[in-house]
Design a protein around this ligand. Structure first.
Ligand code: AMP
Length: 272
């Protein structure tokens, strides 16, 4: 940790800008797209790789989380990352406990309702990384839309001193959103999972035919018919994640889906 501070302080002292890309490892081209964006915008790109235990409400999920450290290092090198930061729990949590974060609906709905404590763990570690790295810019994927919305809220309500950059979802040619968890999908489960991305792509068209509620139900049924187990299918205000009261505000809306394909929980979302 002291080494990291030393390296970065000398870079900052010489007027260089720092960009941070926080990840949990098992890196793929989605992560690479964040690193590329950072590479184009700042002088020093720092990637952190840390599967934060307090973000996992299920310890089996943490144990199962893929670890591919040597491949991760190759990808970081390929993307010309300057600093790879692998925090250890004892060090990063030293003198720190998980701080509850409550932005009402924004933190309580969707992932907040299904993964108790997840956003408390996420926001605690993001703040800590910001403190340690002191980046000018930090890059987060739209893939985790609720996480990005919460970080944007944190950034506007606390003075984090970091510009938050949201990055588009990178997908396989099939449409499936890239995720470290895809590695667990059988070919059958992967095929079924395409129903999720298809629903994201079709949403505008569906809403020309049906109400918000019926559209959510229709997608839920289609996911089930494909063999998936949906946790939620919701069309919400993109910034507050509040339920939409009517079809009049669709310009600000976003479809968010979480569903299991086999034992793998997948997330996807897109504009309405
Ligand atoms: P993770 O390692 O899953 O915590 O992801 C680290 C960062 O990469 C988060 O900001 C994610 O939203 C982002 N990310 C993950 N998958 C993708 C993807 N397919 N496209 C763009 N960003 C992604």
């Amino acid at each position: 940790m002291a080494g990291l501070r030393h390296v970065l302080e000398s870079e900052i002292a010489s007027g260089k800008t720092i960009g941070l890309v926080p990840t949990m490892g098992a890196l793929h081209e989605g992560h690479a797209s964040l690193l590329k964006k950072a590479r184009g915008e700042v002088d020093v790109v720092v990637a952190s790789i840390y599967a934060n235990p307090t973000q996992f409400n299920n310890q089996d999920d943490l144990a199962k989380y893929p670890k591919t450290e040597s491949d991760d290092l190759l990808l970081l090198k390929r993307e010309q990352t300057d600093v790879a930061f692998f925090p250890q729990t004892a060090g990063i949590y030293h003198g720190l406990s998980t701080m509850p974060i409550n932005y009402g609906v924004l933190t309580e709905t969707l992932e907040g309702a299904h993964r108790s404590g997840h956003f408390d763990g996420m926001s605690t570690i993001v703040r800590r990384l910001f403190e340690l790295v002191a980046p000018h810019r930090a890059y987060f994927g739209e893939k985790d839309w609720q996480q990005l919305a919460i970080i944007n809220r944190m950034s506007s309500s606390e003075d984090l001193g970091v510009k938050i950059i949201g990055c588009e979802i990178l997908r396989e040619p099939s449409g499936l959103a890239l995720s470290s968890r895809n590695i667990h999908l059988s070919s059958q489960e992967k095929k079924a999972a395409l129903t999720i991305s298809k629903s994201v792509f079709d949403i505008k068209h569906r809403l020309t035919r049906k109400s918000l509620h019926d559209t959510e139900l229709e997608i839920t049924h289609e996911l089930k018919r494909a063999g998936l187990e949906p946790d939620y299918v919701k069309i919400v205000n993109a910034n507050t994640l509040e339920a939409l009261q009517s079809e009049t505000n669709l310009g600000q809306a976003r479809l968010l889906i979480a569903a299991y394909s086999g034992k793998t929980r997948l997330l996807d979302n897109g504009p309405v």
